[in-house]
Design a protein. Structure first.
Length: 114
């Protein structure tokens, strides 16, 4: 459900970013609406557009991370699980890799009795 909300929000943000370009503009008095800012419009227009789109992307990523919660793909942040030698020995015995005699002998060695 959260992924659906995140996808819908991202699609809405993309549509909102594209909405100004879909609107029809009226020309200025001289009929040259695209030249009204001169060279400044030609240079700063694309820069402002890139900054705006970068802001939309950053907001979408932050929203998806916030909706995803701490459990999902943040698993690499967790410390690795460390098992003791005795736990590994018990696991091997439970799987049938070693028999009871070998298990008891190795357990005694691990505990320092042998």
């Amino acid at each position: 459900m959260r992924r659906m909300i995140a996808m819908m929000t991202t699609a809405g943000l993309a549509l909102a970013a594209a909405a100004p370009s879909l609107a029809q503009t009226s020309p200025d008095r001289d009929g040259m609406w695209h030249m009204s800012w001169g060279w400044g419009g030609m240079i700063f227009g694309p820069l402002v557009m890139l900054v705006f789109l970068a802001g939309v992307v950053v907001l979408a990523v932050l929203l998806v991370r916030w909706l995803g919660g701490p459990g999902g793909w943040h698993g690499h942040d967790l410390p690795p699980v460390r098992r003791t030698a005795l736990e590994i020995l018990q696991e091997r015995f439970a799987k049938g890799e070693i028999d009871k005699q070998e298990y008891e002998e190795r357990k005694r060695v691990l505990k320092g009795e042998g």
